[in-house]
Design a protein. Structure first.
Length: 308
C-alpha cells in the first residue's frame, strides 16, 4: 500500500519525522529503567523487589532490541551516525546482537511478509498450537533452556570451524562477538566499581536468560502468528493493544503496533501510536488485524485442540 493513497502529505511528514533527542532519550530511558530496577532492589532487598527487577529489566532488554530494530531501519534518529552508534553500541551489542547482520535479514522479512520466502515464517507458521505446547515453550524460556540453546549455537558459530588455526578462530570470534564481549565487560566493570559485581549475573544475565526470552517469544507470536490473511498488508501482521503494565513488562516502545510498522516501515516507533490513530480516523480499523490484549492474542495462538 502506498502512503500517498492513505495519508496526506502533511500527515506523512508528521509520522515520518525523526528526532535525535527523542531517539536518544528513548534509549537512555531503557537503561535508566534497567539501573533503576537494580536500585529498587538495593533500597528494598526482598523477593518481591527482586522479581520486579528481573521482569522490568527483561522487558527493557526487549526494549533495547526494539530500538535496535528501529536503528536497523535507519529511523531511530535523524542523524545517521547517531542512529548507528545507538543501535550498535547501546542496544545491539549489549544483547550480543549484530545490528548490521540483523538489518540484512530483517529487510527480507519486510519484502516477503508471510510469504514462502519470508525468513521469519518459521516463527509464525507452526501456529495455532495447543495450550500444552505453549506452556512447554514458556517453561523452557523461563528456565533458561531457550537462552542456553541459542547462546551455545551462537558461540559455536562465532568460533568457526574446528580445523581452523587458533589465530583464525580467534579473529572470527572477535569479528562476530568481540563488540558484545566488550560492552558486557564494560557493564560488568561498572557494576563492580559500584560494589555490586554480582548484579551483572542476577540483574543482567538472569533477566536476559529468562524473562526476556519469554517476552520475545510473545512478541514474535503477537506479530504474525494466526493472522487472518497472509496476502493483505492490513491483516498479515497484528496490532495488539497494551495497557501501561503490559507496555512496561511485555511490549516496550510501541512494539505492539505492528500492522502500522509493516505498512510504513519508515515510521519511527515513537510515532506509531499517532499513525494508528490516523488509520482509525480514516476508517481502516475494521480492515486491520487488531486484538484487545495479549491474553486474547495468546488464546488465539494456542487454540489448537489437544490430541484425543
Amino acid at each position: 500500500m502506498r502512503a500517498q493513497d492513505i495519508l496526506t502529505d502533511s500527515e506523512i511528514a508528521e509520522v515520518r519525522g525523526r528526532s535525535d533527542i527523542v531517539g536518544t532519550l528513548w534509549v537512555l530511558s531503557a537503561w535508566g529503567l534497567i539501573f533503576g530496577a537494580m536500585a529498587l532492589f538495593s533500597l528494598w532487598p526482598n523477593p518481591l523487589s527482586f522479581l520486579i527487577a528481573v521482569m522490568v529489566i527483561g522487558g527493557r532488554q526487549l526494549g533495547l532490541a526494539v530500538l535496535m530494530h528501529d536503528a536497523a531501519h535507519g529511523i531511530l534518529t535523524e542523524s545517521r551516525a547517531l542512529n548507528n552508534f545507538l543501535g550498535r553500541w547501546l542496544c545491539g551489542h549489549p544483547l550480543a546482537v549484530s545490528m548490521d547482520a540483523y538489518r540484512a535479514y530483517h529487510l527480507v522479512h519486510h519484502a516477503h511478509t508471510q510469504q514462502p520466502d519470508d525468513p521469519d515464517l518459521v516463527l509464525s507458521a507452526p501456529f495455532p498450537i495447543t495450550r500444552a505446547s505453549l506452556k512447554r515453550k514458556i517453561i523452557r524460556d523461563l528456565t533458561g533452556q531457550t537462552f542456553f540453546k541459542q547462546r551455545k549455537a551462537q558461540i559455536k558459530s562465532a568460533l568457526g570451524e574446528k580445523g581452523w588455526p587458533p589465530t583464525k578462530r580467534l579473529a572470527h570470534f572477535r569479528a562476530r562477538l568481540g563488540a558484545a564481549v566488550l560492552t558486557n565487560a564494560i557493564l560488568f566493570a561498572g557494576l563492580t566499581l559500584a560494589g555490586v559485581w554480582y548484579y551483572y549475573f542476577i540483574f543482567w544475565l538472569l533477566p536476559l536468560a529468562t524473562w526476556q526470552q519469554m517476552v520475545t517469544r510473545i512478541r514474535n507470536i503477537a506479530e504474525h502468528a494466526v493472522v487472518p490473511d497472509n496476502d493483505d498488508p492490513l491483516r498479515n501482521a497484528r496490532t495488539t493493544y497494551a495497557d501501561p503494565v503490559t507496555a512496561l513488562l511485555v511490549a516496550p516502545f510501541n512494539v505492539n503496533y505492528h500492522v502500522e510498522h509493516h505498512l510504513f516501515m519508515w515510521v519511527p516507533c515513537y510515532n506509531l501510536p499517532r499513525l494508528h490513530r490516523m488509520l482509525l480516523a480514516k476508517g481502516y480499523g475494521p480492515r486491520m488485524e487488531l486484538q484487545p490484549g495479549y491474553a486474547t492474542m495468546l488464546r488465539l495462538a494456542a487454540s489448537k485442540p489437544e490430541a484425543a
